[in-house]
Design a protein around this ligand. Structure first.
Ligand code: PM9
Length: 462
């Protein structure tokens, strides 16, 4: 017997599979017809014709037996449900904010936060825009200004914290408009639009020091804060031995409140919340939530959903879980790289992003190269991905299309849903599309909705 000297120590998921859902690959001609009927928009494909669904990690999580148990014991009282109390106590303990205002999902919380904190014409600096967040900031009369570090725009930069705020960029805005004209700083964790890239604790601390000195609020988009904390633990010195819960608590401690889409980190299929430190702001938020979401003790959520979210938040803090979650995403990244597929580096926390500008350099951005690649990956293997580039960016107030530096296709990994073999199939499909890239052209838009166009726009090949 000759045992290798190089035996790795692998990670594995701290769970086993109890229930499965069947999936099957539709034949190529059905996929072709489905994509044409969907106007080359993967959001418009019926899920029954999707084989492996990497459209989003939002609400696509698999819940644990403990979460299903919470669903069964959910208290559906209209007011003062015990599951509200359970969720409130978990949010206070884990995220550290005093007030919890539940909402139907993340954008419900963004709507309320924007309405109570933004006066018409105020600036909202943020570390890159997110589609729904920016929509609500602008809808409330605010003006979003990007203050993310320059490295975020470079898909090849290996910078470990590409999500960081550039404090000098922020300072220039504050000097230009005055601190009173800043509604708040919008700080996203694992910044979605630049590849799921984290912020560092040092940056959050510095931002807090800068803003508190000037009376500026910092509002966290904590949608993927736990996943961000995994990167802090593994990349930032001084945090390697700290539990995820402690890191999260410190991170939130540098902010005045947060919005969360519970459909990501919190391991549920629906729900979200706004959490605040300030009593006065929380009172305003409670007055608004009853008009737009539901009573302040359920927002838009059923009691059972609040119970499942409370359990999910606690499960998300388990190191073995979060390591398997983020490292599985990295596994896909490494497979793609091994075939030479151009991907954004470092790998994100919830998704791998293909760099469409490197894959289709012959297709101008106005012909939506990332949107086209997403369609081609579906045609190739029934794998659903989504565009994060010019289509997602939309238009400015003069009607001109934004031309973002980053033209990406997002392969988003639902939590606790797919195995490494699924990801092998995905990586091979992407590699095959890249191999025939020279024969792939662009798209023209045939229907464009007024807002958040990427959800419903339609296209056809040029
Ligand atoms: N994110 C995503 O797929 C779902 C909608 S866009 C395709 O990435 C952040 C950072 C998000 C987010 C949703 C929301 C909104 C806020 N912040 O979808 O309303 O990634 O729960 O959350 C999506 P809701």
């Amino acid at each position: 017997m000759r045992i290798s000297e190089n035996i790795p120590t692998s990670w594995c998921e701290p769970w086993k599979i109890k229930t499965i859902e069947h999936i099957s690959l539709a034949p190529p001609e059905i996929r072709q017809t489905a994509l044409e009927s969907a106007g080359w928009n993967t959001f418009l494909l019926p899920s029954r014709l999707v084989y492996i669904d990497l459209l989003t990690d939002s609400g696509t999580n698999a819940m644990s037996d403990q979460q299903w148990a919470a669903i069964m014991t959910g208290d559906e009282a209209y007011a003062g449900s015990k599951d509200f109390e359970r969720l409130e106590s978990v949010v206070q303990r884990v995220y550290g904010y005093k007030h919890l205002i539940p909402t139907h999902q993340g954008r419900g919380a963004e709507h309320i936060l924007s309405q109570i904190c933004i006066a018409k014409g105020q600036v909202v600096p943020g570390n890159m825009y997110f589609t729904t967040t920016k929509f609500h900031q602008e809808h409330a009369g605010g003006v979003f200004e990007d203050v993310i570090v320059d490295e975020a725009f470079d898909p090849h930069s290996g910078c470990p914290f590409k999500g960081n705020v550039d404090i000098e960029k922020l300072d220039r805005i504050v000097k230009r408009v005055g601190a009173a004209q800043i509604a708040y700083v919008s700080l996203e964790t694992n910044v979605n639009m630049c590849g799921g890239q984290p912020i560092s604790m040092a940056n959050a601390r510095e931002l807090h020091a800068y803003c508190s000195k000037r009376g500026i609020l910092v509002m966290l988009d904590a949608t993927r804060a736990v996943e961000n904390c995994y990167f802090i633990k593994t990349r930032e010195s001084g945090y390697e031995d700290k539990p995820i819960a402690e890191i999260l608590s410190e991170l939130c401690g540098y902010t005045d409140g947060c919005t969360i889409s519970g459909k990501k980190d919190c391991l549920v299929n629906i729900g979200g919340f706004l959490a605040l430190r300030d009593d006065g702001l929380a009172q305003k938020a409670r007055e608004m939530v009853v008009a737009f979401e539901g009573l302040h003790t359920y927002g838009g959520m059923a009691g059972r959903d609040m119970g499942a979210m409370a359990v999910g938040i606690l499960e998300s803090l388990d190191y073995a879980y979060i390591r398997a979650r983020v490292e599985q995403v990295g596994y896909l990244g490494k497979r793609l790289e091994s075939y030479g597929v151009p991907v954004v580096k470092p790998f994100g926390g919830h998704a791998i992003y293909l760099n469409a500008k490197d894959i289709l350099p012959h297709v101008p951005q106005e012909q939506y190269p990332a949107q086209r690649i997403a369609g081609e990956i579906y045609l190739e293997a029934g794998v659903r991905t989504m565009e994060r580039g010019i289509v997602s960016a939309g238009r400015d107030h003069d009607g001109n299309e934004y031309k973002p530096e980053l033209e990406l296709v997002r392969l988003t990994i639902p939590r606790r849903v797919y195995t490494q073999s699924h990801l092998d199939v995905v990586s091979e499909a992407c590699a095959r599309v890249c191999r025939r890239a020279e024969s792939i052209g662009g798209l023209r838009m045939t229907y464009e909705p007024g807002a958040l166009r990427f959800f419903q726009a339609r296209f056809e090949p040029v």
